[in-house]
Design a protein around this ligand. Sequence first.
Ligand code: GRF
Length: 192
Amino acid sequence: LSLVVLISGTGSNLRALLEATREPGYPARVIAVGADRDASGLEHAAEFGIPTFTVPFREYASREQWGSALLAAIGEYAPDLVVLSGLMRLVPDNVVSALSPNLINTHPAYLPEFPGAHGVRDALASGASQTGASIIVVDNGVDTGSIIVQERVPILADDTEESLHERIKPVERRLLVDTVRRIADGLDLSAR
Ligand code: GRF
């Protein structure tokens, strides 16, 4: 299964996927990594000898035009699956329509709890004793797509947003690596 992974930040979840693809027999490979800005995580791709592309959001007059440019960049690689892994940008409808259902996202909360860009901070602020990590098929809403898999993560009394996010990320990485493997092995994303 060929993947393009899109990031905005440090790409630690991307790195976990890159390392998994080194395992003999892992049925997927990352063929390119893209970002909406000059993301530090692009260095992981370079280290693994994987091509990268950047489609800077701020260079486009509208979200749709950015989306079209993103689709063109992804189209150069024609992947089987696009993985949003820390892309801190809502992809517009033209992107979802073109890629669905082969477009998944990792989210650091137990959806539908705490959707959006600040899921970790919101979970902490809510006073809840647990949150989670979720892998979803991307639809036109904000983290509203069908849930492929999710797992609970405890919130500790002295947690900061940082410490909680660092406890969530390893769970996200494990769920993502396993979900990509399941998709490569035939998991049907459309029947959801
Ligand atoms: C991940 O928790 C992802 O779900 C969220 O932002 C974080 C990205 O972390 N959207 P990294 O860039 O993979 O380190």
